[in-house]
Design a protein around this ligand. Structure first.
Ligand code: SF4
Ligand code: SF4
Ligand code: SF4
Length: 297
């Protein structure tokens, strides 16, 4: 490793000269080193073994042997010399990896893995559909879209510009509880479930997380239907905002596409320069904060 670092020669990159690569996707650090950010297209945060082998080859041949997994699961290859960028890109293209995921655009779509045992509804396919339609689209500022397969929200949908969380409607067996246990009661953190005369009842505090149904191993509770809760206007960064609920239970994947389209259009239309800035435009959360959600949409 030390040997390859010594051999590495840094050149001043001429950003923007590489055909097919937006200048925003090549980051210049300290005027001499180049960071190349790559991800699969359509954007997703699942990589094949073949793609990881290609990354290994590129970082060893053209970089400094390092690769960074960014918070939105792009693969960032630091310290690539300008003379090697074409060759590095060619190898990445061959593996289905493309520069992107930076600047004022729709960033890498963040999705939970479908194979998680807690998932209420799979999100990889709808995430890919959103990516095909909106991924890398130019925006007034960066836009993050995250899908969570359940209310554990590992993909941080609450702090995304658009956060989409799988939820489900829990139904109790009409025959009552087949077992005299209380597993479902102990997992509910919302005081939304109780047992009366051997029958389970849910109240209005239920947030559709399905944890009680997942905890029942006896068929006393089931998931009658799944959908998505949509939050908009969340963000991370120097100021943190939590998204507000835009839709409570969307069953149809195509309706999710329509909502994303509508939110992005409103954002593009209403974003303006930040106070005091001649260059930077507002994030979606800032537009909503200025206008309120009703006027925003
Ligand atoms: S949010 Fe739920 S489905 Fe997604 S990774 Fe976390 S636990 Fe699994
Ligand atoms: S779905 Fe979640 S909130 Fe509703 S009763 Fe079950 S555990 Fe409680
Ligand atoms: S619904 Fe299932 S987990 Fe809950 S009390 Fe009945 S049998 Fe037990």
């Amino acid at each position: 490793m030390e040997e390859s670092r010594e051999k590495f020669t840094l050149e001043t990159p001429q950003v923007g000269i590489i055909r097919g690569v937006a200048a925003r996707d090549i980051e210049v650090v300290g005027g001499k080193s180049v960071n190349l950010r790559a991800s699969a297209r359509p954007y997703r945060n699942v990589y094949t073994a073949a793609q990881l082998r290609a990354i290994k080859s590129v970082v060893e041949k053209y970089g400094s042997g390092k690769v960074h997994l960014t918070p939105r699961h792009n693969l960032e290859i630091p310290e690539v010399g300008q003379k090697n960028i074409d060759r590095a890109l060619k190898e990445l293209y061959g593996a289905g990896l493309f520069p992107g995921g930076a600047g004022s655009s729709v960033r890498n779509i963040f999705t939970c893995p479908d194979w998680c045992s807690k998932a209420v509804r799979p999100v990889q396919e709808i995430g890919t559909m959103v990516s095909r339609n909106f991924g890398d689209m130019d925006m007034p500022n960066k836009v993050t879209i995250s899908f969570a397969g359940c209310s554990n929200a590992c993909s941080r949908p609450q702090n995304s510009d658009i956060g989409i969380i799988a939820v489900g409607k829990v139904a109790a067996s009409e025959e009552g509880c087949p077992e005299d246990c209380a597993s479902c009661l102990s997992v509910c953190r919302f005081g939304a479930i109780r047992k009366l005369d051997g029958r389970i009842m849910l109240n209005e505090k239920c947030v559709d997380c399905c944890k009680c149904a997942q905890a029942c191993a006896h068929g006393g509770l089931g998931i009658a239907g799944t959908g998505f809760r949509v939050l908009i206007g969340g963000k991370e960064g120097t100021s943190v905002r939590f998204g507000v609920k835009y839709a409570d239970f969307v069953e149809d994947d195509f309706e999710i596409l329509e909502i994303v389209d509508r939110v992005l259009n409103c954002y593009r239309e209403k974003a303006r320069l930040r106070d005091g800035s001649t260059r930077k435009k507002e994030r979606l959360a800032e537009v909503m904060g200025r206008l309120g959600i009703a006027a925003f949409m």
